[in-house]
Write a protein that binds this ligand. Structure first.
Ligand SMILES: C[S@@+](CC[C@H](N)C(=O)[O-])C[C@H]1O[C@@H](n2cnc3c(N)ncnc32)[C@H](O)[C@@H]1O
Length: 391
């Protein structure tokens, strides 16, 4: 099933318990480490990897991930992978390549380019090295490849759970697992502490007022906003993601939130909300640890398109805030173009808004904005800025 999922054919794991956890972990590692796995496979495969059937390449990658990353005993990794191909005509090739890899090991990575060692897009690696330097970039990539912990804000009985780093009621549920079952059995919303930091900061400003949330699905921020606001109108342009929002609404019993499927650039609510929160679509470069396939979408064009969409959302959202109200803009990107440059652009184009500084958690606030860099702060990379509209 992992192989079919990697080949884009099937995402339905009909497994339970340990098998499911292992399958999810293997799927994750194979996706994250793709470039490094391909580098190793290419040196043992007689054909160029690009010429192989998708299912054969997926099997090779899944086998290599078990050998190189998960350190599964080699006989088990090779035989399980070959038998999963169940008689495919290329199963002999997969068997031979994986056996060679198991015997000779991964080729030395010491002289490999950074992007191959840490399996990231080359252009993004070069961008980060020129901005952060090599050492910080490596730390960031190491963070991106690490298995994320699972946690949640957790009011109630939590004495036996490890605390988060910044929020009093944030608790770690699992350090190593990929098991999402907690979120369906308990009335909690599983999210990174960084998302909870931004959501709580917004919820604090939303107290007792009317809130419009743009980019609302699947509801990680709604969960906090609805707890303090008078009511929340939650808008997202994706129908499928809003269906997940609805499931969360029913499960978590949000009773003052109104779902709307619409384009946030075309909303008919001029001067209507005490607080407008844009959780902007972005390149996701701050959350690669959790969104393990997102790095493969990176391109300069993707960044440019995100920046353009974010500006349109900012421009139209500014019209929806009541005089004296608040606008919050947030991304899960580390790129200046999507963060500080957007703040500068907005302030130039909407001089009737003035920055409203966040104060807490003070370790995460720079120049009044929440700026989280994973290797420095130990949580996902997020950005948020808030402004108050003049009366
Ligand atoms: C960062 S995600 C939102 C995460 C969500 N706030 C949460 O905490 O669970 C950004 C969202 O923006 C939505 N989006 C993209 N373009 C949009 C648009 N033009 N109008 C409204 N929503 C949009 C995407 O469908 C996506 O759900």
């Amino acid at each position: 099933m992992v192989i079919e999922s990697l080949a884009g054919m099937d995402h339905n794991f009909n497994l339970s318990g340990r098998d499911r956890a292992f399958a999810l972990r293997l799927l994750r590692e194979t996706t994250v480490w793709q470039v490094r796995l391909d580098r190793a496979l290419a040196s043992f495969c007689s054909k160029p990897l690009g010429d192989l059937d998708v299912i054969v390449l997926a099997a090779l990658r899944a086998g290599a991930a078990q050998l190189i990353i998960l350190h599964t005993p080699s006989h088990a990794a090779v035989s399980a992978t070959v038998s999963a191909l169940s008689g495919h005509r290329a199963s002999g090739l997969v068997n031979a390549v994986l056996r060679k890899l198991a015997k000779e090991g991964e080729p030395d990575t010491v002289k490999a380019p950074l992007n191959e060692i840490w399996s990231h897009p080359p252009s993004l690696t070069a961008r980060w090295v020129s901005r952060f330097g090599r050492e910080k970039t490596e730390k960031l990539m190491e963070w991106n490849n690490s298995v994320p912990d699972i946690g949640s804000c957790f009011p109630g009985m939590t004495e036996n759970l490890e605390k988060g780093l910044y929020i009093d009621d944030y608790r770690i549920l699992e350090r190593t697992g990929m098991n999402p079952l907690h979120s369906t059995t308990e009335k909690i919303y599983i999210q990174d502490e960084a998302a909870a930091v931004v959501a709580k900061a917004a919820a604090e400003l939303a107290k007792g007022g009317s809130v419009l949330e743009i980019g609302a699905a699947p509801g990680g921020k709604t969960h906090h906003l609805q707890a303090t606001a008078d009511y929340v109108v939650s808008v997202d342009s994706s129908l499928s993601r809003m269906r997940r929002w609805l499931e969360n609404m029913a499960r978590l019993e949000w009773c003052n939130s109104i779902p709307v499927v619409a384009d946030g650039r075309m909303l008919p609510f001029k001067d209507s909300f005490d607080l407008v929160f844009i959780d902007a679509p972005c390149t996701n470069t701050g959350v690669y640890r959790r969104r393990c396939d997102a790095r493969w979408k990176w391109s300069d064009e993707y960044l440019e398109n995100s920046v353009a969409l974010q500006r349109e959302l900012l421009r139209s959202a500014a019209e929806l805030v009541v005089p004296g109200g608040i606008l919050i803009y947030s991304t899960c990107s580390l790129e200046e173009e999507e963060n500080r440059s957007q703040v500068e652009w907005f302030e130039k184009n909407a001089d009737y808004f003035h920055l409203q500084s966040f104060s807490e958690p003070h370790e995460l606030v720079r120049d009044g904005m929440i700026c989280i860099f994973p290797p420095d702060h130990g949580i996902d990379g997020l950005f948020a800025a808030a402004w108050r509209r003049d009366q």
